[in-house]
Write a protein that binds this ligand. Sequence first.
Ligand code: NG6
Ligand code: CA
Length: 511
Amino acid sequence: MKSVLILGAAAALLASCSSQSKKENSSADIQKPNVIFLVADDIGFGDFSCNGATEISTPNVDKLASQGVRFTDAHAVAATSTPSRYSLFTGHYAWRRNDTGIAAGNAGMVIRPEQPTVADMFQSCGYATGAVGKWHLGLANKTGEQDWNGFITPGPKDIGFEYSYIMAATGDRVPCCWVENQRIVNLDPNDPIEVSYTTPFPGEPLGKDHPELLTKLKPSVNHGHDQAIVNGISRIGYMKGGKQALWEDEFIADSITTKAVQFIDRHKDEPFFLYVGTNDVHVPRYPHPRFQGKSGMGFRGDALLQFDWTVGEIMKALEKNGLAENTLIVLTSDNGPVVDDGYQDRAVELLGNHRPWGEFRGGKYSNFEAGTRVPLIVSWPKQVKPAVSDALVSHIDLYASMAKLMGKTLEAGAGVDSQDYLDAFLGKDTKGRDYVIEFAGALSVSDGQWKYITPNNKPAYAKLTNTELGNSPEDQLYHLKEDIGEKNNVASEHPDIVAKLKKILETESSK
Ligand code: NG6
Ligand code: CA
């Protein structure tokens, strides 16, 4: 249990965070909560039983939803990880920059040290801050400049995360090792790590030449993922050395969960902000044996159960420390779902009647709704009444809304695209935004009723992942309220609505 004295001190510190806190908060003496952003990877709206899944059960996520606000119209900014997380942390639309696409494992840090983030904001309010799990936002100044065998800088600490335990990019990209406080964990100095995304290392076997070494998973045909082999799985990129530091895929969720729980334990007596990016259910999916075979849906379903377990462990850690009541958890996903994203894990064959995308069209990579309409649950037992909310909300606003919660006004240039929708996130405002902007190679905008997708000449369909990408050379307009599956393009029947939504995008993109 937190001691009253310590809480009092923290509250005093927080109140000094901004002179406006008293005025802005309806009850000035609210003890500022701990905040956890729990960001899943590639989990779709329809993947949780609280969102309607019937073929799989996610009891811990459901419990969180039953004690918080479960959103039905929440959006990530982009349909892939790097731009989605970039926007969530910075409150700046990733599509304003041309260098925020899916980052390689040796990419330079996408969020620059001078750029303010939601973590900086919490830190300036006296919060302990931590990032655990999937990073995928680059490290060091430029591509290839990481000192993998020393101190990797700049890194999370330069953008507000005092503590970090991260994978540099994704499970399917080298280097396949944990980086704690910007140093590789368990690295043997006599076996240094080398990483390249252009040139194989002589003598290191590659997946494409040595299928017999792929003992855990084989890549899907034509999906790449056939370069460096780490622990019986071939990946994207080349690496050499660091044998002792390599992760084993079946322990990734355990490592992330353990480090998240340890962070909570360490900081139980002071306010904290913790970002947890799970690897579940991104590829390669290779859950711990205690989950393997448990969903009947193959490793994708098993990884969903593993994700649910992580959620449960975090909730237990909060309970154990007496923090459950006053911790605000935002549970969401970086982008929509994909079934085959590059490995032969039988996700397609075993999917059965499960619909990871719910009733939405498309999926990860798509301009259609399933690309960016993500699960979102906000739980804060002390302040939030359980509800289901149809408010239109976006990750872009978490930064400004969390600042509002702290009674803090964003400094000039910080989170310029982020607006305060705290009341919507807390379930008090049931309307939310006037519109959300989404990006999946093209810009689209939804006002909750109507959805407009900008014409472009990109492919309409991605065969490898079986994704309808939502690209078309024509204007596309869907009446979401009547046609949630985006089946009927009604642009030609409603030129006025097309013009109105186009104008929003023009105005926003010229800012
Ligand atoms: C794609 C990968 C996919 C996944 C994705 C990033 C191929 C053919 N596909 O390029 O497997 O890694 O990048 O996913 O290489 S994300 O969720 O991290 O954005
Ligand atoms: Ca993702």
